[in-house]
Design a protein around this ligand. Structure first.
Ligand SMILES: Nc1ncnc2c1ncn2[C@@H]1O[C@H](COP(=O)(O)OP(=O)(O)OP(=O)(O)O)[C@@H](O)[C@H]1O
Length: 373
């Protein structure tokens, strides 16, 4: 891969436009002046995110070397901020593109092409002992050549750091995409198979235009993930999708993580034979996007945020877990239980956070398992 020398220091970059922001950062389109090149710069606030956590995200991005993982050119400190300089992914995230141009979801060959890229990236991460922990359409980026990358390693768990990226004893994720064992914090299963669950939910998100339960508040989503049968391609209109797509999703969404395939095994599934080239992605989804995609999608995102007020979990996780642990495993809920669930007021959309005292223990268990191999 071409590794040019990108200059260190804010004075070498001109910030042009805000193109995205998450719970921990703001991302800008920018020009690298000495190289006359357009780049994306993620600016993270140390005070908000913690120095170690912030630096580790940058280090992971600089270390990764896979075409389907978002790499960083360089990173440096400016004032109280860490700047991570990355290749600019001109078409934005799959979520942005979907909201702008494909609100009902993508067609199957597009989904197969996107997902094969992401699965290759996950196979690389898992092989190197990393769990991504936040796989979703909003973290899949597309460039003007149709290249697909998985981004945002802000919450990944890495064995480069002894398996514990988050000494603050917290883990983050987004409820609709969270695996049952992550919600329940079952030590035996909180490993790379959690990414396979999120991958299956992402497949449904790309097919329907939204993740399952996305209209429900976060605590309801978590309970429904635990209580109900796994979601699948069984909605009205899903007849257009193939049997192999349906099967592939069902394999990812096995409640017991031990029954889910590894990324390596899943890549051999017949569904991925439908995947096409980067050019196909350019022809079908990149070409024809509004040139002001970012402005348009910014408006969509801002509108969602103004109606959802979702900066953090605002319910009792321990209470939720207690209630969930009293439920029979794998049993679908009754409508009565569902009514109780939907009475809660929290919203699902957006980035949320669980603080958990046992996360450290979980990542250590994972680390011990890996080193035993
Ligand atoms: N390299 C890039 N090129 C173009 N757009 C990007 C790039 N990196 C990020 N973005 C945009 O910025 C948004 C936020 O980026 P990212 O998810 O990395 O931030 P975050 O603060 O870690 O978010 P989260 O709240 O999920 O933790 C993305 O959804 C995407 O739209």
């Amino acid at each position: 891969m071409d590794r040019k020398n990108y200059p260190i220091g804010a004075e070498n970059y001109t910030l042009l436009q805000e193109i995205g922001h998450g719970s921990s950062s703001t991302v800008f389109r920018a020009t690298c002046e000495p190289l006359l090149e357009t780049v994306a710069i993620k600016v993270l606030d140390f005070e908000k995110n913690g120095l170690d956590h912030t630096a580790q995200e940058a280090q992971t991005m600089i270390l990764v070397d896979h075409p389907n993982l978002q790499m960083a050119h360089c990173s440096f400190v400016a004032d109280h901020y860490l700047w991570i300089v990355m290749p600019f992914m001109a078409a934005g995230s799959c979520l942005h593109i979907m909201k702008t141009a494909f609100p009902q979801g993508y067609k199957e060959a597009v989904i197969a092409t996107i997902l094969r890229g992401i699965l290759r990236g996950l196979e690389y991460m898992h092989h190197h002992g990393d769990i991504h922990r936040d796989v979703k359409a909003g973290n899949i980026l597309v460039d003007s050549n149709g290249a697909i990358t998985l981004s945002d390693f802000g919450v990944s768990a890495s064995l480069y750091y002894g398996g514990d990226r988050h000494s603050g004893s917290s883990f983050r994720g987004t409820p609709c995409w969270m695996a049952p064992e992550v919600i329940m914090e079952q030590n035996y299963g909180y490993n790379f198979k959690a990414d396979i669950w999120s991958f299956g939910i992402t497949a449904l998100e790309l097919a329907h235009g939204h993740a399952p339960f996305s209209e429900s508040p976060p605590s309801a989503v978590l309970l429904m993930t635990l209580q109900r049968a796994s979601p699948g391609l069984d909605q009205k209109g899903d007849e257009k999708f193939s049997k192999s797509f349906r099967e592939m999703i069902a394999m990812c969404l096995m409640k017991d993580p031990r029954e889910r395939p590894s990324a390596q095994r899943l890549l051999k599934h017949s569904f991925f034979k439908k995947a096409r080239s980067n050019d196909y992605i350019v022809r079908t989804i990149v070409k024809g996007l509004p040139t002001i995609l970012y402005q348009a999608t910014e408006i969509v995102i801002r509108e969602e945020q103004s109606t959802s007020n979702i900066s953090a979990w605002n319910f009792d996780v321990e209470d939720l877990k207690t209630r969930a642990s009293q439920l029979p495993r794998g049993e679908a809920s009754t409508s009565g239980k569902d009514q109780v669930v939907v009475q809660q007021r929290e919203r699902c959309e957006g980035i949320t956070e669980i603080r958990s005292a046992s996360e450290e223990q979980n990542t250590r268990t994972y680390s011990a398992k890996r080193s035993a191999h």
